[in-house]
Design a protein around this ligand. Structure first.
Ligand SMILES: C[S@@+](CC[C@H](N)C(=O)[O-])C[C@H]1O[C@@H](n2cnc3c(N)ncnc32)[C@H](O)[C@@H]1O
Length: 214
């Protein structure tokens, strides 16, 4: 994901709706929640979601961490363009390594489309325990693996027919790399998160896992 072509694809306007939907989901799942200190975005990419969250929640900081320096470089420029350097801070880090962040723990932790990148999915779920304050709000969204190669191709054709070719190819690969609802249910149980996070199929090809920790 450090390849400049990938950075341009994920930073391009084609995904604006997906980023907007992420924030809509946040508001739907956590009505009335107004973060006051800081939100952490794990695998923040070019910082599109941190920037949207910063606009929605003007009284808190948004911190993003990502393992790809070029994604972060793009994100930092976007943050500067919007004059949000004081509130949107981006850090380099590869989960599950230890890395420096602006806080040790956060009142809200979110992540969009990181899980399917992880060979060991517990890296994300353990990261929730590691970076969340008690009673933190958590929202994770990612793809669901379809039952067959044909179903994956159908989804790409139906939902992103006009997307740039690299994005279509990436979505296909990502759908194959994604987990199923049963697998994610098992992951949440193994990570002791099943009682806290509600798992739902939030679109024909995505899941949301959301809730408050104890
Ligand atoms: C599909 S992109 C999604 C980016 C962003 N969340 C978005 O919605 O635009 C996945 C991101 O996760 C990052 N990533 C993958 N594995 C990672 C890891 N182990 N630690 C940190 N970031 C990682 C990649 O560099 C990439 O920017």
């Amino acid at each position: 994901m450090n390849d400049p072509k990938h950075v341009a694809t994920y930073a391009g306007h084609y995904l604006d709706n997906a980023y907007w939907l992420f924030v809509q989901c946040f508001q739907r799942y956590f009505p009335g929640l107004v973060p006051r200190d800081a939100i952490l975005d794990l695998g923040c990419g070019p910082a599109a979601i941190p920037l949207l969250l910063a606009r929605h929640f003007p009284h808190c900081e948004i911190h993003g961490v990502d393992g790809a320096p070029n994604m972060l470089a793009y994100g930092k420029k976007a943050v500067q363009r919007e004059g949000l350097e004081q509130r949107v801070r981006l850090f380099h880090g590869i989960l599950p390594e230890n890395f420096h962040l602006g806080r040790e723990r956060y009142e809200v932790v979110v992540s969009n489309y990181l899980l399917h990148h992880l060979a060991d999915p517990l890296v994300l779920w353990n990261g929730i325990h590691k970076y969340c304050l008690p009673h933190a709000a958590v929202l994770i969204i990612d793809l669901l693996r379809p039952a067959s190669k044909e179903s994956a191709e159908f989804l790409v054709e139906k939902y992103i027919p006009d997307a740039p070719p690299l994005l279509r190819q990436d979505m296909l690969l990502s759908l194959h790399a994604a987990y199923t609802l049963d697998e994610i249910t098992a992951q949440l149980e193994e990570a002791n998160l099943a009682e806290n996070l509600t798992l739902t199929k939030s679109s024909p090809f995505q899941f949301s896992a959301y809730g408050y920790l104890n």
